[in-house]
Design a protein around this ligand. Structure first.
Ligand code: NAP
Length: 251
């Protein structure tokens, strides 16, 4: 897949899936705006990306509408446009319903859902001009429900259906799709799945839960994101692509 001359904004690209996605777009010839919460996290990522001369920093908190507008504006100022927006930034909180107070709910929903909506809204004029594409990073937790993560599941289920709504509203100018990864070995997953504080044990346990007997990699998710953003997926719009080794296939 080639993205020569294309401008891409990836939110939450300082680590994990977002960073792998930024790298994949750079490898494919794109210029990439790299977002993370802080200048420090973004600069650390930029220092370790290959081809970073084609990457620009766009730090800022996407959990507020104003933050989203500022992040998108930084990308526009430095790249001159946005052909592809990847709404990847997200957070997880393991909490029972009793422990999910308003602060936990807002923490999760604001980053995962509000950020996706308001980054897309801010980038929409540029995306329309570019006849561009949006890829949202939802989750298997947007397709299945899980205990002790109701706010996260609600946020990702909402991203799945937001994807469909935006795909219909923006057609035919801008395509919108999402990926729904299962466990992917990142900082988030290592912390989320730790068993009594043991992250390696948590990851080992996760591997047994998937039909393919392993978890996924950030690079595998990145390839799917590039496909959905590419012209090869020109007839793909409004889909939620499960990437979870068959976990939602049945059984
Ligand atoms: P991660 O390793 O924890 O990285 C999260 C990234 O999001 C970081 O770059 C972080 O920036 C950024 N971020 C978080 N909140 C932000 C905010 N309010 N504003 C701007 N940036 C923010 O997570 P990951 O596992 O790569 O997850 C990436 C996405 O995939 C998330 O949406 C997550 O829900 C989804 N996902 C992950 C898995 C999994 O198993 N890992 C599975 C399904 C879906 P800083 O570095 O500055 O903190």
């Amino acid at each position: 897949m080639k993205f020569d001359g294309k401008s891409v904004l990836v939110t939450g690209a300082s680590r994990g899936i977002g960073k792998a996605t930024a790298q994949a777009f750079l490898d494919a010839g794109a210029r990439v705006a790299v977002n993370g919460r802080s200048e420090a996290s973004v600069n650390t990522a930029l220092a370790s990306l290959t081809g970073a001369e084609n990457a620009v920093p766009a730090p800022g908190d996407v959990a507020t509408a104003k933050g989203c507008e500022q992040v998108v504006q930084q990308a526009l100022d430095q790249l001159g446009g946005i052909d592809v927006l990847v709404n990847n930034a997200g957070v997880f909180a393991r909490a029972t319903v009793e422990d999910t107070d308003e602060a936990v709910w807002d923490y999760v929903l604001d980053a995962n859902l509000k950020g996706t909506f308001f980054c897309t809204r801010a980038a929409l004029p540029a995306l329309k001009e570019a006849r561009g594409s949006v890829v949202n990073v939802a989750s298997e937790s947007g397709l299945n429900g899980y205990a002790e993560s109701s706010a996260y599941c609600a946020s990702k289920g909402a991203v799945v259906n937001l994807t469909r709504a935006l795909a219909i509203e923006f057609a035919p100018l801008v395509r919108v799709n999402c990926v729904c990864p299962g466990a992917i070995e990142t900082d988030m997953a290592r912390a989320a799945f730790a068993l009594d504080g043991d992250q390696d044990a948590g990851i080992a346990h996760q591997k047994t839960k998937y039909p393919v007997q392993r978890i996924g990699t950030s690079e595998e998710v990145a390839v799917a994101i590039l496909y959905l953003a590419s012209d090869h997926a020109g007839f793909v719009n409004g889909v939620a692509l499960p990437m979870e080794g068959g976990a939602t296939a049945g059984g």
